[in-house]
Write a protein that binds this ligand. Structure first.
Ligand code: ADP
Ligand code: MG
Length: 438
């Protein structure tokens, strides 16, 4: 364990529910930083850094890395990283050694159930939370001991924390004004961001005259008027209704791509995580359980925790033991029979994972895993989630049906089901860790 970090007294005195001095620092009251001026525009990014900002464009530094860098981010320059970060509140360990590295241009998502330490991690990056051990790097600098205003990040909070007495324009300009940015530049930046976020019609309104979605966009805009090494988002969509959530989610991603930002986004919603991330970090009780591109985490969950958490509807999990049947090794699990991965000893207890989207009605040339008896349906229009069981005492199972199978399915029916053996997942029942064929 390293020595405790020493932070100024104001440092720990932050909540998410109001604009405190610390939050204000993150929102905009920071001192000068490298890349202070606007970045030059990409040819296809006309709305940001437009010609309406002569001052900024004139002083823009040369680009070190093309802004078009995107999903290739995992191989780009490190922009923000944590190494073995530990944090306790009182005697309770909350972060138990967090490691991650976010690359320039990358959209990183920290995802996990409520209470697993996501916000604490984000706040530790921002400098709003001190850490007990480990280090934080931003833009290649060790910022572990630096206060928020010297870390060069911008943050969007779950509660929008807008200034109620200021108009949208005033809110967007606030951070820049606090940093004594010239008025002409403020006007240009506000105009750009407002246009980008579709806020032009509301610039003279106060927050109370805005819808939830509009307020949320103002909160984003306020962060985006800053040029920062990284933009941090703490569950920014949780106050929006479902339809708005998915459209604003898309906007956030488009915006990220358009301005070539580096984003670190926290959510408990795995759908949000899967759809937004270039890479995601799955948190479990203060640890990173798995990280990687969403498709990799989805296809190869490293543990039962990740298998349960990632994917909607959740992976079906059935438990059984490896048995030798003739010259085959199979796992008989709660009414289903699947080929065992090679190298497992007879009798080993294994949890078998089958995604609802991988199961299908058994074709003529296939071998059935078993028969599902349906007891409830969720009709989603283009597809049907059929719930049932393979053995009355067994786990509840879900299979996704489409086309003819969906149209013909009736509650109370039984259906033989199959799966591509490559799509099966196996976990050691004792440790919960993924098993691969040897
Ligand atoms: N200031 C604090 N004092 C004591 N416990 C805290 C404080 N902040 C967070 N916690 C606890 O730390 C854990 C992780 O919190 P948080 O990082 O907010 O989780 P998440 O954002 O993943 O939901 C929770 O159990 C929470 O109660
Ligand atoms: Mg949180």
């Amino acid at each position: 364990m390293g020595s405790a970090r020493v932070f100024p007294a104001w440092h720990t005195n932050v909540t998410h529910t109001c604009v405190t001095p610390c939050v204000r620092r993150v929102l905009g009251q920071s001192g000068p930083f490298p890349g202070e001026a606007f970045r030059p525009a990409r040819p296809h990014a006309p709305m940001l850094h437009a010609s309406s900002s002569p001052v900024a464009v004139a002083s823009a530094p040369a680009l070190q890395t093309p802004l078009s860098v995107r999903s290739s981010a995992a191989v780009g320059v490190e922009r923000c990283a944590m190494q073995n970060v530990k944090k306790s509140f009182g005697t309770t360990a909350i972060l138990k050694g967090i490691d991650f590295d976010v690359r320039e241009g990358e959209f990183a998502v920290l995802v996990g159930p409520s209470g697993c330490g996501k916000s604490t991690t984000l706040r530790a990056i921002a400098g709003l939370e001190s850490i007990d051990d480990g280090s934080v790097r931003i833009g290649g600098r060790d910022v572990t001991l630096l206060p928020p205003q010297e870390r060069d990040i911008a943050m969007v909070f779950q509660s929008y924390a807008l200034y109620p007495h200021l108009t949208v324009r005033g809110n967007l300009a606030f951070g820049l004004r606090m940093r004594k940015t010239p008025e002409r530049e403020i006007a240009a930046r506000v105009q750009e961001v407002s246009q980008m976020l579709g806020l032009d019609p509301y610039l003279e309104r106060k927050p109370k005259a805005l819808s939830g979605g509009q307020r949320q966009r103002v909160a984003m805009g306020r962060a985006l008027t800053r040029r920062a090494q990284a933009y941090l988002y703490d569950e920014p969509l949780s106050n929006l209704d479902a339809a708005l959530r998915s459209s604003v989610r898309l906007e956030i991603r488009k915006l990220h791509d358009r301005i070539g930002a580096t984003s670190i986004y926290v959510t408990h919603d795995q759908v949000e995580a899967m759809t937004l991330a270039d890479r995601l970090w799955v948190f479990n009780a203060g640890r990173v359980e798995q990280s990687g591109p969403p498709s990799e985490v989805y296809d190869h969950p490293r543990s039962l925790f990740v298998a349960r958490f990632v994917g909607s509807p959740a992976m079906n999990l059935v438990t059984g033991r490896v048995r030798r049947i003739g010259n085959e090794s199979r796992i008989e699990a709660e009414g289903l029979s699947v080929p065992a991965p090679s190298g497992l000893p007879e009798g080993q207890e294994v949890v078998v994972g089958l995604r609802p989207h991988d199961l299908h009605p058994c074709g003529a040339s296939e071998r059935a895993l078993g028969t599902l008896h349906f007891d409830a349906f969720e009709r989603l229009g283009g597809e049907l989630l059929a719930h049932g069981w393979a053995r009355a005492s067994g786990a509840n199972m879900v299979i996704r049906l489409e086309g003819d199978a969906m149209r013909k399915a009736v509650v109370g029916d039984a259906m033989e089901v199959a799966i591509d053996p490559e799509r099966l997942h196996f976990f050691d029942a004792a440790s919960g860790l993924r098993l691969e064929s040897k």
